[in-house]
Design a protein around this ligand. Structure first.
Ligand SMILES: Nc1ncnc2c1ncn2[C@@H]1O[C@H](COP(=O)(O)OP(=O)(O)O)[C@@H](O)[C@H]1O
Ligand SMILES: [Mg+2]
Length: 515
């Protein structure tokens, strides 16, 4: 009877030790702390005197004690084994557990740690830590067996369960560490890439922009980036994030013009499980993904009117609700918004809420178009020709005549157009020195800076026939500008017969000489 009771008590202790250890191992990704806690737990519940977890060092492959119980710091330091050496080494080599009943009588026992003054009566258990046939390390334990205390079979059983927990944990920890290292590496690459020194421009107007960027990068205020397409709004949004103190948190970009209107709310704020048929799992919104980082709302002018209120609330109170939930979610994501529209116009037309406009407009940063800062063009040409030369292993150079010509060009697509142009040139050019005559025709003709046609098109809405005529007229003007008013060439580029062009020029009252 007494025997059975003892056995039950013992089993109970084993179970609670195992439970305890499984909890410890899932509590965090701190390798040494968790393994140390495992040894403490084993010592406390299974009356073990000493113990250690041995894992191979990543570089030297020598076994080292990662966590121990009952050993001093010095002893831990001494306790390195080479694979195949001593009992610990043999277990890792063979993958078979070993049990030494009395270490005083065992020659293989090296006692590297020199921590066992009374060898006699102490037994030594050593178990491999193994996962999918791969031996990752060993766990060893000393204990004194007496009549009343302990039995080897039980210990081996508990230790092999614990060893398999440790194996899983170490594997996860290795993945975790690797991912974290990669993340850190990528993050520092991003920090380098989105560094202010990679934003090119020394003109006075652009330096003003950079000054504001530097100032707001260190704050958490909402920033509104204004400027034509291709002026660098997204680049600056990235830079604001990677130079801020939230650079370790995510940067999440949402292009509101690219999303169908009926999906924007779900995309931004997420959907609670069961919110509608088909919502089988909770969907995380972009605000939630951005956590304490930055959310970049590109093309904010496209935000549907009914959602503008919801965004206003996020900006004012930092809270919102997922679709299908009444629970408020807190968000401390920093908001950076951008648009190429004139938001005040949108307000005047009743398409954009005035209160939201003012809330977004705390720190507006207006990026001037390239044609308004022509002195930056040579610098950008230089920056991009170097970049693409490196990328495509070429050695192109611009002659000064080409630079002058390109500086006169209006770049309606701004820096994006310039960068695309240089990349194309680096890929296609047949010689290294690029002169004015090597530039494509539309870039080499002398023309006054035209207003980008797309902007004029976006300017207003008309009835469809009216709209078509307006666009036709603008295309004709653009073509005439591009060909210095030479109708013959302009008609060719438009795909019209000269007679057809002449007819339209008259119809729209265009005066080619004045263009
Ligand atoms: N000042 C600048 N210096 C260097 N590259 C720039 C600069 N401004 C824009 N670019 C580049 O031009 C391209 C378009 O910029 P982007 O930020 O996408 O413009 P936007 O968002 O205003 O349309 C990107 O490749 C960007 O890296
Ligand atoms: Mg953009």
């Amino acid at each position: 009877m007494r025997f059975i009771m003892d056995k039950l008590i013992r089993k109970n202790q084993e179970l609670s030790a195992i439970l305890d250890i499984s909890r410890v191992l899932t509590s965090s990704f701190n390798l040494e702390k968790n393994l140390h806690a495992v040894m403490e737990s084993l010592a406390g519940q299974l009356e073990m005197q000493r113990g250690g977890v041995f894992l191979p060092d990543r570089l030297s492959r020598e076994l080292r004690i990662v966590a121990a119980y009952g050993l001093t710091r010095e002893e831990i330091k001494r306790g390195t084994y080479r694979i195949g050496e001593g009992i610990v080494g043999r277990v890792i080599e063979s993958g078979e557990p070993m049990f030494i009943p009395n270490i005083g009588a065992e020659p293989k026992f090296l006692n590297r740690t020199d921590s066992r003054p009374r060898k006699s009566g102490v037994s030594f258990l050593c178990i491999p830590i193994e996962l999918d046939g791969h031996i990752m390390g060993v766990i060893s334990v000393d204990r004194i067996y007496t009549e009343e205390h302990g039995n080897m079979d039980g210990d081996l059983r508990v230790l092999s369960i614990v060893a398999s927990f440790i194996a899983q944990f170490v594997k996860l920890w290795e993945h975790f560490r690797q991912t974290e290292q990669e993340c850190g590496h990528l993050r520092s690459q991003l920090r380098d890439k989105f560094n202010l020194s990679n934003i090119i421009g020394e003109s006075g107007v652009f330096q003003q922009v950079l000054k504001s960027v530097r100032k707001v990068a260190t704050t958490d205020t909402t920033v509104l980036l204004l400027g034509e397409s291709g002026t660098g709004k997204e680049l600056i949004a990235h830079t604001l994030h990677y130079q801020s103190r939230h650079s370790k948190e995510p940067f999440v970009a949402v292009n509101l013009a690219a999303l169908p209107e009926n999906l924007i709310e779900a995309e931004l704020f997420g959907v609670e499980k069961g919110a509608f048929t088909g919502a089988t799992a909770r969907r995380v919104g972009r605000f939630e993904m951005a956590r304490r980082g930055t959310i970049f709302l590109d093309e904010i002018g496209e935000l549907p009117f009914n959602l503008q209120v919801k965004l206003l609330r996020v900006l004012q109170e930092r809270t919102y609700e997922r679709i299908g939930s009444s629970e408020s979610v807190f968000s401390d994501a920093r908001v950076v918004a951008a648009t190429n529209r004139n938001l005040l116009d949108e307000v005047a037309k009743g398409r954009f809420r005035e209160d939201l406009y003012w809330r977004l407009n705390v720190v507006p940063v207006e990026i001037p178009p390239l044609r308004a800062r022509a002195e930056d063009i040579p610098l950008l040409l230089d920056f991009y020709i170097n970049k693409f030369n490196r990328m495509y292993d070429r050695n192109l150079r611009f002659e000064s005549t080409a630079v002058e010509q390109l500086t006169r060009y209006a770049w309606p697509g701004n820096v994006r157009e310039l960068s695309n142009f240089v990349e194309r040139l680096v890929i296609m050019a047949e010689k290294d020195l690029i002169g004015r005559e090597d530039l494509p025709y539309n870039l080499s003709s002398n023309m006054p800076a035209p207003t980008p046609i797309t902007d004029e098109i976006a300017g207003g809405r008309d009835s469809l026939p009216g709209e078509v005529e307006r666009i036709e007229r603008l295309h004709i003007i653009q073509a005439l500008r591009e060909h210095n008013g030479v109708q013959q060439r302009a008609s060719k580029s438009l795909g019209l017969a000269p007679r057809q062009l002449g007819y339209r020029i008259k119809k729209y009252g265009i005066r080619p000489r004045e263009i």
